[in-house]
Design a binder for this molecule. Structure first.
Ligand SMILES: Cc1cc2nc3c(=O)[nH]c(=O)nc-3n(C[C@H](O)[C@H](O)[C@H](O)COP(=O)(O)OP(=O)(O)OC[C@H]3O[C@@H](n4cnc5c(N)ncnc54)[C@H](O)[C@@H]3O)c2cc1C
Length: 443
């Protein structure tokens, strides 16, 4: 019987094991709990939700809602568990976390194709296709092994994310395109600020509330990539001599250099998303809404992703992974979950499904598959394996990652169009790749 190994029984590992079993493949699932716990995991069960009990929006025309519908189509154990254990939370899909984990633990433990072994794995030398799904807090021993495979510069321990904005929500009447000293043509969007606005902005950053770091998060590590609020605490002018320095940027409307300039850099190939350069931050999300909308041109900014800085293990996927999640340097080794540079419970679980499908296909002597570009799954994979990505940082699902609809589609119909075409393509893909021959709905 075809066989695979899955390492890590979190959200991604549980999905990968479930998927493989439904494809008739035997799975050995290694989970280090309860012998060893990461600093955030506290319970013995599989698929532990370490923080919030919300899997975010379930709304139909929301990117996270679409991701869940695609997962349900692919027979996701996480979505089945969430439906069974859901608690009222408006348009969000929130769960009773204990029952959620119990449901998945019970399904996987009683599955005749799955054997669960509670052991920490520190070597990746299995002779059968293997899925690594050990998450943002991968144990130290295995981290060293992954680093041997990826190289020192292939694995990161913290993310430092600047807010990412939907391009269409930026008011370009107040901005101009250009690069410092003209080097790089029109690559950046520049939003000039006068002196009064700058100092009001600095005052509000100082007043804004920050997220409290977890006890296991080392503050020293941020020296090389300081959150803006830390820079501001070092002096009111630090930003205007740092990420907001106006030198080399003349505003074509006034012919003058502004007091300070906020620069935005293109985030994705399609140019539907831009990040605010150097604005990695630990400010609370509602404070980012309030303070960053003071930037002229961002009054109505729609955030695709808020800034953050936290402990997170992830690899340089654009360089290291095929869009099948197979490691280029090690055929048969698939990386999944948050380790590939997606962010969030459902995104990680979705990467578990893809790794589970592809490791199983390899075990069944078939080629691994790439999901269609215009699905939520395909959009995430395209983002993480986009070789043009210069400063790769983790991302959660949002419509900015999807291909733009054709020009004829009206603005108000764009999301519906994206949802419909994604669901249609996902159904075709599941059929074309014969996944439906293997799939059976969870009981
Ligand atoms: C503190 C913290 C809070 C978070 N809060 C949220 C939130 O509120 N909402 C959200 O959407 N996302 C949150 N995340 C992100 C969240 O962790 C991921 O989205 C998701 O859990 C990742 O899924 P995963 O399967 O990749 O990893 P995990 O769910 O973390 O699963 C990894 C599993 O691998 C096991 N493991 C690790 N090393 C080994 C080893 N060497 N051998 C065997 N087993 C091993 C671990 O015990 C664990 O069970 C948070 C992350 C952290 C660290």
């Amino acid at each position: 019987m075809a066989e695979i190994i899955v390492i890590g029984g979190g959200l991604a590992g549980s999905e990968a094991a479930w998927r493989a079993s439904k494809m008739g493949v035997k799975v050995t699932l290694f989970e280090m709990k309860p012998k060893k716990f990461s600093p955030a995991h506290k319970t013995e069960g599989l698929a532990e939700l370490v923080c919030s009990n919300s899997l975010r929006s379930d709304a139909e025309e929301n990117a996270s809602g679409l991701l869940k519908r695609e997962m349900a189509l692919l027979d996701s154990i996480v979505i089945a568990a969430a439906e069974k254990t859901r608690v009222p939370a408006g348009s969000a899909l929130a769960v009773d976390r204990v029952r959620f984990s119990e449901f998945i633990t019970e399904k996987l433990s009683s599955d005749p194709n799955i054997e669960i072994i509670n052991e920490e794995i520190t070597k990746l030398d299995f002779s059968v296709p293997t899925v690594v799904a050990t998450g943002p807090l991968t144990s130290e021993g295995l981290t060293d092994e992954i680093m041997t495979l990826t190289g020192d510069d292939g694995l990161f321990f913290y993310d430092a994310i600047s807010p990412i904005i939907h391009t269409e929500s930026i008011n370009m009447d107040l901005g101009f395109r250009g690069s410092r000293y003209g080097k790089g043509g029109d690559d950046y969007i520049n939003l000039p600020m006068d002196k009064d606005t700058y100092y009001s902005f600095i005052r509000e950053i100082k007043r804004a509330d920050e997220v409290t770091p977890h006890s296991f998060e080392d503050k020293k590590i941020f020296e090389g990539c300081l959150p803006i609020e830390v820079m501001v605490r070092r002096g009111d002018d630090t930003l205007s001599f740092g990420p907001m320095k106006p030198v080399g940027l003349e505003d074509p409307k006034t012919g003058k250099r502004a007091f300070a300039v906020v620069q935005l850099r293109q985030e994705n190939f399609e140019g539907t998303l831009y990040n605010i350069v150097g604005f990695q931050t630990r400010l609370k999300q509602k404070e980012q809404d309030r303070v960053f909308r003071m930037i002229p041109g961002l009054e109505n900014a729609e955030f695709a992703r808020y800034g953050s800085v936290h402990r997170n293990t992830f690899i340089q996927s654009p360089r290291l992974l095929f869009p099948t999640l197979e490691l280029k340097r090690r055929p048969g080794l698939f990386i999944s979950g948050q380790l590939v540079g997606v962010e969030g419970y459902v995104e990680s679980a979705m990467m578990g499904i893809l790794a589970g499908i592809n490791a199983s296909l390899v075990a069944l002597n078939e080629g691994p598959k790439v999901p269609p570009r215009n699905t939520a799954m395909g959009s995430l994979v395209t983002y993480i394996t986009d070789k043009k990505s210069k400063e790769f940082q983790p991302m959660n699902i949002n419509f900015g990652l999807f291909p733009s609809p054709p020009p004829g589609v009206r603005k108000k119909d764009r999301r519906r169009f994206m949802v419909n075409s994604a669901m249609k393509e996902m159904e075709i893909w599941a059929k074309k790749t014969s996944l439906n021959n293997y799939l059976t709905p969870p009981k």
